[in-house]
Write a protein that binds this ligand. Structure first.
Ligand code: GNR
Ligand code: NI
Length: 175
């Protein structure tokens, strides 16, 4: 088990498009363990491989209150979506920034398990939102990309300021 380093904006590696997972081997299972541990350690409800500089299509999430229901999605595809819902999002790769983002309310997803077997499921609520947020990471996309140009400039300025006052607890901004 290991805690992995999480890339932060404006790191260009966050813009990489991940390739499909092909090998369902021990190395993959080790990565899943490490990503799950890293997600819990960072107090996140999801983590995409892109964020730990592994450019393969897999993500972990746990939207349960008790934080004891980790889920793994390998090579996920959304095959149906309906409705739309707005939620205040945050991202471990964009620390201290929170903003409203609109996404599909319900999705039907197909993905693979760590043993390579396929499954299909319907998701809604936070589960659906988080899955879409993580799948964006696999395509090099961040939630701040959905904000207006004005808000995007506010994010950039805020992060620059935050970095100057290193050592201090990072103040939060809700845009
Ligand atoms: O921890 C996280 N919280 C969150 C809240 C609202 C919408 C999406 C998320 S995902 C985020 C963890 C993260 O950055 N995953 O990529
Ligand atoms: Ni994120």
């Amino acid at each position: 088990m290991a805690i992995l380093e999480i890339l932060e904006i404006p790191d260009a590696r966050l813009r990489t498009i991940a390739r499909p997972v092909e090998a369902f081997d021990d190395e993959l299972r080790q990565l899943i363990e490490d990503m799950t541990e890293t997600m819990y350690d960072a107090k996140g409800i999801g983590l995409a491989a892109t964020q730990v500089d592994v450019h393969r299509r897999l993500l972990v999430l746990d939207v349960s209150e008790s934080q004891d229901q980790p889920r793994v999605y390998i090579n996920p595809e959304i095959i149906e979506s309906e409705g739309s819902e707005t939620c205040e999002e945050g991202c471990l790769s964009v620390p201290g920034i929170y903003a409203e983002v609109s996404r599909a309310e319900k999705v039907r997803v197909t993905a693979q398990n760590p043993d390579g077997s396929s499954f299909e499921e319907n998701l809604d609520g936070m589960h659906a939102i988080c899955l879409q947020h993580e799948m964006d990471h696999l395509d090099g996309k961040l939630f701040v990309d959905y904000l207006s140009p004005l808000k995007q400039r506010m994010v950039t300025k805020k992060l620059q300021k935050q970095r100057k006052i290193s050592g201090q607890k990072t103040p939060q901004a809700v845009l």
